[in-house]
Design a protein around this ligand. Structure first.
Ligand SMILES: NC(=O)C1=CN([C@@H]2O[C@H](COP(=O)(O)OP(=O)(O)OC[C@H]3O[C@@H](n4cnc5c(N)ncnc54)[C@H](O)[C@@H]3O)[C@@H](O)[C@H]2O)C=CC1
Ligand SMILES: CC(=O)C(=O)O
Length: 354
């Protein structure tokens, strides 16, 4: 039996097929525009749990005209593409293409990298560094060559260091290389607070910054709901919200990824929504503020000679990172952020000679 994802693959010529159904509205068909001139193309490199959750969410939210999927495993890749294509009747029209050759990403507006090793239960994100850097050496230069004007959005872990690596390997300006960072951790933080306060998580303003990982920093001093400072109100009503309790909540946010990994083997849905949220802000030029991994040199006392990527609230739009909010932090929060930066910097140092 011949397998196909289109009638063309079965030998039917598509040329002029639609003219049997439709006639041009004008006599002079040359003057009729039948195609939009500029389509938005998003590529997802790595069609695993995370890549497919992202592709699926981008499709449902109608964020791209074309999605190109790349993976090293041809059968899995084609299976994933066909499975999504078979939902075409229920989704906005989006062209889906896939190939093991990265050339399929040519002309992307946005390239999202999710390829690589993931943690096994108990492993930290930093443990993945060497394996995923080796992969990035192959993927990133090829991506940059085929889409020199794209924005790179890195998701593979350890995401902050790999965003630095992608920046170096691509030669792209720093505003066009972004790590998904703590956009996800901040959502987990907002979820926990929203449950406690019995409000919608979208109405909780709360940031986790720093490393997407064990040293992330919860910025309690700026947490608010309806413009009201949450920490002050919690501490006034419950004396139990002391430093130890706050650290316990931060730790619960960090541990939530480990818990999901130990239960189902990987995380996927939340990162899928988190990345689609970033894609919408970038491609639709929303100028929304997201905690994402950006070059943090010089912010909050991070040394000027430390080229380190970590999450800070950034304004995102069609040009990528349009600016980074210089938040007012307490001395303790700034100290923790510098400590997080130091952890990342030390790991980046091992990669010198890249
Ligand atoms: N930044 C974040 O918040 C999150 C990051 N992650 C990270 O995302 C990455 C992917 O995780 P999963 O999708 O669960 O793993 P997975 O194992 O399901 O998928 C990885 C995919 O990469 C593919 N791949 C390997 N080498 C390749 C190459 N040279 N070219 C193209 N594709 C290649 C594999 O064939 C596989 O399909 C991991 O590093 C994980 O830690 C996961 C969740 C959240
Ligand atoms: C795996 C990972 O980085 C996360 O879910 O946070």
């Amino acid at each position: 039996m011949k397998k196909a994802s289109s009638l063309m693959e079965l030998g039917f010529d598509a040329n002029g097929a639609s003219s049997g159904f439709f006639r041009p509205v004008a006599d002079d068909a040359a003057g009729v525009v039948t195609h939009r001139r500029r389509l938005t193309k998003v590529s997802v490199i790595g069609a695993g749990n995370v890549g497919m959750a992202i592709a699926q969410t981008i499709l449902t939210r109608d964020l791209a005209d074309e999605i190109a999927l790349v993976d090293a495993l041809p059968d899995k890749l084609r299976g994933e593409m066909l499975d999504l294509q078979h939902a075409a009747a229920f989704l906005p029209r989006t062209r889906l293409v896939s190939d093991t050759d990265i050339a399929v990403t040519k002309g992307s507006d946005l390239a999202i990298v999710t390829a690589g090793a993931r943690q096994i239960p108990g492993e930290t994100r930093l443990n993945l560094l060497q394996r995923n850097v080796a992969l990035f050496r192959k993927i990133v230069p090829a991506l940059a060559e085929h889409s020199p004007d794209a924005i790179l959005l890195v998701v593979s872990n350890p995401v902050d260091i790999l965003t630095y690596v992608a920046w170096k390997l691509s030669g792209f300006p720093v505003n066009r290389v972004i790590g998904s960072g703590t956009n996800l951790d901040s959502s987990r933080f907002r979820f926990l607070l929203a449950e406690h306060l019995d409000v919608n998580a979208q109405d909780v303003q709360a940031y986790m910054v720093g490393e997407h990982g064990d040293s992330s920093v919860a910025i309690w001093s700026t947490v608010s709901v309806a413009g009201m400072p949450v920490l002050k109100s919690l501490q006034a009503s419950h004396s139990s919200f002391d430093e130890e309790a706050l650290e316990g909540i931060r730790r619960a946010v960090v541990d939530s990824a480990y818990e999901v990994i130990s239960l189902k083997g990987y995380t996927s849905w939340a990162i899928g929504y988190s990345v689609a949220n970033l894609v919408a802000s970038i491609l639709r030029d929303q100028r929304r503020i997201h905690p994402v991994s950006v070059l943090a040199t010089g912010f909050h006392g991070i040394a000027d000679d430390h080229e380190v990527f970590l999450s800070l609230p950034a304004r995102l739009g069609r040009g990528g990172v349009l600016g980074v909010a210089d938040m007012e932090l307490t001395e303790e929060e700034a100290k923790r952020l510098r400590k997080s930066a130091k952890t990342l910097w030390e790991n980046c140092q091992q990669l010198l000679g890249l």
